[in-house]
Each structure stands twice: as structure tokens, then as C-alpha cells.
Design a protein around this ligand. Sequence first.
Ligand SMILES: [Zn+2]
Length: 135
Amino acid sequence: MASTPLSSSQLDAMAARLHARKAQLVIQVREVDEEAAETSSRQPHVEVGDAGDQGEARIRGAIRRAEQERDMTELRQIAVALERIQQGSYGLCTDCGVVIPLARLKVQPFSERCVPCQEKFEATHPNGVRIGVSL
Ligand SMILES: [Zn+2]
């Protein structure tokens, strides 16, 4: 069983980054929830005949929900990454077991796969959420 290629100080640094990112995402997700609650409570008072504004609000809401979805996916990946730090398998590709370059982990601390495996995974999961690609 291969173990993590990172030193304990590198692992601490990655865990700190993951926790910081997690805190940020939790706030973002909560904000979308609060905004949605506010919008729906305001809905009955919307003036009839202002279809343009309503359409715009609907599109804005859809974008926010898509962003929230992406944030939730990232939160799940962060939870997995933190678990792997605990288990000592962090930094190894989950598919082929090679060491994921530290440079890649620094850009994307929750990377589960090396670049070739990630590309293969995305090619075979076309509907999967692509992290780091903006809408
Ligand atoms: Zn791999």
C-alpha cells in the first residue's frame, strides 16, 4: 500500500488550505440559500407585467444555483481530500497510484487523480462537473 509522498509540514499546509477553502465555500453556499429564501418570500409581491425583470431574475437564480451545485461538489471533494490526508493516501492518484505533482496539488488541493487519469475520467464522464472551468 503506497503512502502519501508529502512531508507532514506539506500535509499541514495542504490541510490548512483545504480548510480555508471549505470555510469560504460554506459561506457562499449559505448566501445562495439565503438569497433564494428572500427571493421566494418576495415573489407574491412581484408586479404582474414585468416579464423582462422576472425572466432576468430567473436566469440569475439558475446561474446562482449552478454555482452552488459546483460549490457543493467542491465541498465533497475537499471532504474526501481531508479524509485522505488522515488516511495517509493524499497526493496519490486514486486510479493508477502515481504521485500527483505538488504543483498540481497546489493549484487544486483536492485533486484525486494525476493529469492523464483526470483527462481519461472526464472523457468517460462527460456529464461530470468540471472544477475550475467557468460557465
Ligand atoms: Zn493516475
